[in-house]
Design a protein around this ligand. Sequence first.
Ligand SMILES: Cc1cc2nc3c(=O)[nH]c(=O)nc-3n(C[C@H](O)[C@H](O)[C@H](O)COP(=O)(O)O)c2cc1C
Length: 145
Amino acid sequence: MNLLAFTGSPRKESISSKLQNEFLNPFILNGFKVDIINAYQTKINPCMGCGYCASKLQCNLNDEMSDIYRLIKEADIISVSSPLYFSHFPAPLKTIIDRCQLLWEEKKKNITMKRKRGFFFPLPDQTMGIFFAVFLQALNIFLIL
Ligand SMILES: Cc1cc2nc3c(=O)[nH]c(=O)nc-3n(C[C@H](O)[C@H](O)[C@H](O)COP(=O)(O)O)c2cc1C
């Protein structure tokens, strides 16, 4: 079984990463293949909205996202752990999410992936109301994956 974990914090001692690690430990101990992607350590270009993926079912940009597409497709479980920056995902994580437009285009053409379970750990400083925007974004992305 494969678990793919995204972390969205730039901070070394980040609370969201600690939370994520607590979640991952039992899976690691039980022999899952666990891949962790720290969005701030990736070199991923932003989606240019060129529409290439809609017509060719491939991304026109050639970067580390190719590996991430493969890991997403292989995953049985995807978890996302992130602080909130102005009620949204920090920019590098949002960049990865935007590049998932290719997966949306594939889904529209009935190219489906294996079913997955998704876990989301948002880490705000403040009240639940502020969560709302990021919950909607997370829901959108999990509906695609
Ligand atoms: C640029 C920036 C924007 C932030 N915006 C929000 C916000 O909109 N809502 C919120 O609750 N916390 C906000 N925070 C606080 C972080 O979400 C909070 O400190 C979080 O616990 C950090 O998580 P980490 O330890 O995993 O990095 C912001 C922090 C920064 C640096």
